[in-house]
Design a protein around this ligand. Structure first.
Ligand code: URA
Length: 239
């Protein structure tokens, strides 16, 4: 890869600004000053420094966010704040995007990456990647609901969902539940409960495939995935 592209990709300025940086002699590749913007470097094999500081190059970024309510799972929005707005500039320069959508009022696990291939696999309806949600429901959730969800329920538009695994954590005038589904229809969890005459009053995603929400993340906080989590995601063969 050309040295000017590498530096520009990492957010060290526009190609023009990077050219000036190179001209100033601040950039070295394996201890040799490089001034030619066209010079090719292999960031995996060579060491690039800027003013003596080693530059870490990576093509892909993988972030786990604990999405707060009130922000949109999109890269841009003309009215509301987006999850991308919550990222540090040094992460935004990788042009990441959220993998799938959580509703504006939904909280919890959101993967944000610029790895289109991985995102595509996780979202492909053919892969049936399981997603687990914790929810509070406005009334008693019963064993009949567990059975209905296991068979699939008919949504308001006539679509019959694939089986969902419903676990009742606490049943009462309000119930706490966990629901695992393998598809991602619009407002699916809310509409599945509407199909049995109940309302979701709080919704949080707690896992997606092998990835679990890091509960130490406060709402709106995020961190990079560990190498192990990236491996797990890449090797996941959900079907
Ligand atoms: N199902 C919903 O209803 N909303 C979400 O945000 C995610 C799943």
């Amino acid at each position: 890869m050309r040295i000017d592209k590498l530096l520009a990709n990492l957010g060290y300025g526009s190609r023009k600004e990077v050219k000036q940086l190179l001209k100033s002699g601040a950039v070295k590749v394996d201890d040799c000053v490089v001034k030619d913007p066209k010079q090719h470097v292999d960031p995996n094999k060579q060491t690039v420094t800027l003013n003596g500081e080693v530059i870490e190059y990576k093509e892909f970024i993988y972030l786990m966010m604990n999405k707060p309510p009130g922000v949109i799972s999109a890269t841009e929005d003309s009215i509301d704040e987006t999850v991308i707005d919550l990222l540090e500039l040094e992460d935004q320069i990788f042009n990441p995007f959220p993998v799938g959508r959580l509703d504006k009022d939904t909280e919890g696990l959101l993967l944000i990456t610029n790895d289109g291939q991985l995102a595509h696999r996780l979202l492909s309806p053919k892969k049936h990647v399981p997603k687990t949600y914790f929810a509070v429901i406005d009334r008693e959730v019963t064993e009949d609901d567990v059975k209905s969800f296991a068979e699939g329920v008919v949504l308001d538009d006539g679509y019959k969902t694939k089986p969902g695994e419903l676990k009742i954590l606490k049943s009462g005038i309000r119930s706490d539940i966990e629901l695992t589904i393998t598809e991602g229809k619009f407002h699916q969890v809310k509409r599945m409960f509407e199909a049995v005459g109940k309302k979701v009053v709080y919704l949080k995603r707690i896992s997606m495939g092998p990835l679990k929400l890091d509960e130490t993340l406060e709402l709106g906080e995020y961190r990079e995935l560990t190498d192990e989590e990236i491996e797990l995601l890449k090797n996941d063969q959900s079907k």
